[in-house]
Design a protein around this ligand. Structure first.
Ligand code: TRP
Length: 326
């Protein structure tokens, strides 16, 4: 029997290359080896921005279109939306009684967010409980593992604690899921900072080739290199970083040419823009298809919901039985 994984992504909008190498690429890789469940975490989006409900609903469908276009196969793995499976909410309620407020306040992710957003004293109860909901997402499918980046590891740790606490109080229902760390946890944006939608430094998966070229030309390379023949210092060059990731066979040669002053930044940018545009051609084509066939996407989601719900129901029956609840 294949081991089961549950992966989740918040519907923040269009997916960019950073999301691709940080998560999606890995999910596509894992879908043959694991019994995979892929969830759009729409309720999680509301923990930080409850007023955005309408937009979140639209974005959730867009995320599934991106997943399909990137190669997730709905015949292998259900693609579904968290809020369609009410069992997550029931398990969240039960788990909320098995963890202390102090433990949630120690969670580094929430601490950092509270500081960044200046909401230390106004944070909602639901936002503080973000990791409880995430634990419910994972354990309601009794997943063996969770593919996530480093930043989510504290949430998987809380998930393991909740599984342990439940099993100790009521009997062995849950496994303690492992973290499957993503190979490349982070990709730089065009300005050298982490690629992110809010920093406006991202290349999106559905970007047109001429826009990829324009954006790539603005990328951060060696600022000390003024003339083509100057030897380059590619230590902090985002183009070389992309080269290493997307075209590893020739990265060492490009680095040598850069240092020797044989490969100029503009030529290198042009080469990478062409490669990234080619790499994303299949994605753009599939995306155009699904955009024109939205009802097919809605059917795929409905089928995914159904499969997910069947598993979640089974697990919740075991939970209620262990707790002597109706
Ligand atoms: N918290 C995750 C993020 O921000 C999204 C998420 C929600 C998730 N539920 C999950 C990830 C369950 C893995 C498993 O990226």
């Amino acid at each position: 029997m294949k081991k089961r994984i549950l992966s989740g992504m918040r519907p923040t909008g269009r997916i960019h290359l950073g999301n691709w190498v940080g998560a999606l690429e890995n999910w596509v890789d894992l879908q043959d080896r694991y019994d995979s469940y892929h969830m759009v975490a729409d309720w999680h989006m509301l923990t930080t921005d409850p007023g955005s409900a309408g937009r979140v609903a639209e974005n959730s469908v867009e995320v599934v279109i991106d997943w399909l276009s990137a190669g997730l196969d709905p015949d292998k793995s259900p693609l579904f939306i968290q809020s369609h499976i009410k069992e997550h909410a029931e398990l969240h309620l039960i788990f909320s009684m098995l963890i202390s407020v102090a433990r949630l306040q120690r969670n580094p992710t929430v601490k950092e967010q509270a500081k960044d957003l200046g909401i230390e004293s106004t944070m909602s109860y639901g936002h503080l409980g973000y990791p409880i909901l995430q634990a419910a997402d994972i354990l309601v499918y009794n997943a063996d593992a969770v593919p996530v980046g480093e930043d989510q590891a504290p949430h998987v740790e809380i998930t393991r604690e909740l599984a342990r606490r439940f099993n100790h109080l009521y009997g062995p229902v849950f496994k303690e899921p492992e973290t499957l760390l993503t190979r490349c946890p982070r990709l730089s944006g065009l300005d050298g900072k982490k690629m992110s939608k809010s920093l406006d430094n991202a290349i999106y998966l559905n970007e047109r080739p001429d826009d990829i070229m324009k954006k790539m030309m603005t990328a951060y390379t060696d600022p000390r290199r003024l003339r083509l023949k100057d030897p380059g210092n590619p230590e902090h060059c985002v183009i070389l970083e992309y080269h290493k990731h997307f075209l590893p066979e020739s990265a060492a040669e490009a680095e040598r040419e850069c240092r020797a002053g044989e490969l100029g930044c503009v030529a290198h940018k042009r080469q990478m823009a062409g490669h990234v545009a080619d790499m994303l051609a299949g994605f753009r084509e599939k995306r155009a298809y699904y955009e024109a066939h939205r009802s097919e996407v809605l059917d795929i989601i409905a089928a995914g919901d159904e499969k997910a719900r069947a598993t979640a129901r089974e697990v919740m029956n075991a939970v209620r039985e262990a707790m002597c609840l109706g």
